[in-house]
Design a protein around this ligand. Structure first.
Ligand code: IMP
Ligand code: MG
Length: 182
């Protein structure tokens, strides 16, 4: 183990410059499509933490930001154990135009549960945005098939960084990396 305590045990997949450029572009697509009315961002915690913070600063719209806590990978698991809303949206979203933001689309189960949760909170329109998307053959029959806005398509590998974790570590890596040996 080096002086990073093991933080370097990963292979860079998307650099911080590539992330910055694509997040700016995505914000442009979102404002072109959803502008003209206030937008409510529902950020799925904790994975969307870094992505959403960068994304909203490129959105020239009246924007509310709400958080929903979701859990699908308890502890060191690298396959989904079934998503749960562990910290529901506290606000009434009645009549609001909501964009759900998450870190990654894999089986689609997390986004499917989140969309249902946001609809039940009263949202009028629900859109979805993910930074990363794994291949379509990863989608489960009960998962959301696709997201409306996608940053990058990636291979079916376990990735960390820029908000994504393994056992709650690695979220602070400024790039996205493939975690070796899990
Ligand atoms: P899904 O429910 O299978 O679509 O998985 C989505 C959730 O699982 C995301 O919100 C992530 O928290 C987590 N996840 C899926 N793939 C990865 C990965 O490669 N690295 C880290 N977390 C992941
Ligand atoms: Mg997550």
């Amino acid at each position: 183990m080096d002086d990073t305590g093991g933080l370097d045990a990963s292979r860079e997949l998307i650099s911080r410059d590539q992330l910055a450029a694509r997040v700016t572009e995505l914000a442009g697509e979102i404002s072109a499509d959803l502008g003209g009315q206030p937008l409510t961002i529902a950020a799925l915690m904790t994975g969307a933490l870094i992505f959403v913070a960068d994304l909203v600063r490129h959105l020239p719209l009246m924007t509310r930001i709400h958080l929903a806590g979701m859990s699908s990978y308890p502890g060191p698991a690298t396959t989904s154990q079934g998503p749960q809303v562990i910290a529901p949206i506290a606000e009434d979203l009645h009549g609001q135009n909501v964009l759900i933001v998450d870190d990654i689309l894999d089986s689609g189960r997390t986004l499917s549960v989140a969309v249902e949760h946001i609809r039940q909170a009263g949202a009028r329109e629900v859109h979805t945005c993910v930074l990363l998307r794994k291949p379509a053959d990863q989608r489960a029959p009960d998962g959301l098939a696709d997201a409306d806005y996608v940053g990058f398509d990636i291979p079916n590998e376990f990735v960390v960084g820029y908000g994504l974790d393994h056992d709650d570590f690695y979220r602070n890596l400024p790039h996205v990396a493939v975690l070796e040996g899990v």
